[in-house]
Write a protein that binds this ligand. Structure first.
Ligand SMILES: [Zn+2]
Length: 292
């Protein structure tokens, strides 16, 4: 039997007479977000002005580290050495069942995140875990290929997909790195930690979908030494960040081939008087009766 790898568009059925009319219907945005509270840049700029560095966590190349951030603190993911992509997981530090929900965050904010966007938690919580308050790569926008930085469309490189496609075992994919970091931080076994690792925010990674086949693509990250992505913690957070074995993700991942660098997480405490009026985010008020 001939092996085939089919990609859209593939056609086995004739188009109806009104095919063009149907295709020309204008799209509507699924989740217009103008109904929830907007981003207050002035509030965050004021809170940030005299904040103090309280913790620094280094992430070695092809490895991950965990870190904690209290609600009301800022944290920055920085690129201290050379171009490097990071895979970020976030949990509610007080309840690890609550974690970042990449899919709904994508549906609400789009394929790539930037200043003013929030990282939402899974159901039934659905609250902002963190708000992005500054991004030194905000100049990039979208390039001619449709690529942008900080995506929520990929998942994380993992040894299962690598085994499927490349028929070899590689142990330092972001999925494995995040499991080891979570297990080391919590005292869980690797088996206990694995189901808690989830789809990531791909920090500094430059990605999109190809125009013709809509396949997920990556290209060299535009991140430079000193760039950072800054967040404000809306709940108590446990984070884990993996320095992807893909390095700047210009060519490959899930192997030892790419040149890799460190990443760093800096945690900052703002002056509490600047936070007056701010409250940690609350979980969804939905009744959870589901029509029964
Ligand atoms: Zn990775």
């Amino acid at each position: 039997m001939k092996k085939g790898h089919f990609l859209k568009p593939r056609t086995r059925h004739p188009a109806p007479e009104d095919a063009q009319t149907r295709k020309q219907i204008e799209p509507v945005v699924c989740y217009p977000i103008d109904t929830f509270e907007g981003f207050d840049q002035t509030f965050f700029d004021t809170a940030r002005q005299d904040m103090k560095l309280v913790d620094e966590v280094m992430i070695a190349p092809r490895d991950a580290s965990a870190f904690t951030v209290k609600a009301g603190q800022f944290f920055r993911i920085t690129c201290p050495d050379g171009p490097q992509v990071g895979d970020l997981n976030l949990w509610n530090a007080d309840n690890l069942d609550e974690r970042f929900f990449s899919g709904k965050t994508r549906a609400l904010h789009g394929t790539h995140l930037g200043t003013g966007d929030r990282m939402w938690s899974n159901l039934p919580y659905l609250r902002p875990m963190a708000t992005i308050t500054d991004d030194t790569l905000d100049w990039y926008g979208y390039d001619a290929f449709g690529g942008g930085v900080h995506d929520v469309i990929g998942t994380r490189c993992d040894p299962y997909t690598n085994t499927l496609l490349n028929h070899n075992e590689y142990h330092y994919c972001c999925h494995s790195n995040l499991i080891r970091a979570l297990a080391a931080h919590t005292g869980m076994s690797l088996i206990e930690a694995e189901p808690l690792v989830h789809d990531v925010l791909n920090v500094f990674m430059c990605t999109g979908f190809t125009r013709d086949t809509h396949q997920y693509f990556m290209k060299a990250s535009p991140v430079r030494q000193g760039d950072y992505l800054e967040f404000f913690a809306e709940t108590n957070l446990l984070g884990a960040l993996s320095a992807c074995p893909g390095g700047d993700c210009s060519a490959s991942h899930s192997s030892e081939d790419a040149r890799c660098h460190s990443l760093k997480v800096d945690v900052y405490q703002p002056t509490t008087t600047h936070l007056q009026g701010w409250q940690p985010a609350e979980a969804s008020s939905y009744s959870r009766t589901h029509g029964a």
